[in-house]
Design a protein around this ligand. Structure first.
Ligand code: DGI
Ligand code: FE
Ligand code: FE
Length: 191
């Protein structure tokens, strides 16, 4: 399947702020490199990378109203932190506004923030590329150098490290933990 990348980038540029658009390009290119390393489809990795944050700049009200209208389930924590919904809403936008039909790509977009137990290779690549793309800056407790090395050598190891660092960060800032983030960590910690 080949995609019209120019068209996709043009549309994205209109719906994202400049910083988010740059991040999106970084994730697409990083995901494409990881796809070559781990034997995944490069086109799928690029598309999922481009579109993973397509709903990130939408207002919380808009995200919640799309979930409501489209019968996308919203947990209590997602209602409390609607930003957690930008993946699920992004998958809806990717299907309906960008014409993406590939379920693996849509899952990679939907699950890129919390991960999920038993992710596909593409889902893991997007989850990790999102964290390590070159525009991402280290913040406390992030260990970007370590995760960047793992991102090209040990995909499950990178997933595990990101989840453990993210959970530690969320605990340290007293932010509510999504059940899926914890379940994904437990799954990969024992894998
Ligand atoms: O959209 P991005 O900023 O590129 O990256 P992302 O979709 O991975 O979102 C990152 C943010 O999501 C980061 O600040 C940590 C936060 N996050 C991940 N899991 C959880 C969470 N926030 C809360 N409150 N609970 C979670 O379980
Ligand atoms: Fe995101
Ligand atoms: Fe992102």
């Amino acid at each position: 399947m080949s995609y019209d990348y120019d068209q996709i980038r043009k549309k994205l540029k209109k719906s994202l702020d400049a910083h988010r658009f740059e991040h999106t390009l970084g994730v697409a290119y990083t995901a494409a490199v990881m796809a070559s390393v781990f034997d995944e489809d490069i086109e799928k990795a690029k598309i999922a990378g481009y579109l993973h944050d397509c709903a990130k700049c939408m207002s919380d009200e808009k995200k919640l109203s799309i979930c409501d209208k489209q019968d996308i389930p919203v947990s209590d924590i997602e209602r409390q932190c609607p930003s957690l919904l930008h993946g699920k809403v992004g998958a809806y936008v990717a299907r309906n506004k960008y014409g993406i039909e590939d379920e693996d790509i849509l899952n990679a977009i939907a699950n890129h923030t919390t991960g999920r137990p038993g992710m596909s290779k593409l889902e893991k690549i997007i989850f990790v590329a999102d964290y390590v793309e070159p525009g991402r800056n280290n913040r406390e407790g992030m260990h970007l150098e370590d995760v960047r090395r793992l991102a090209l050598t040990d995909l499950d190891g990178a997933v595990r490290r990101i989840l453990s660092d993210t959970l530690r960060y969320l605990h340290s800032t007293d932010r509510p933990i999504d059940e899926t983030t914890q379940k994904t960590f437990d799954y990969y910690d024992h894998a």
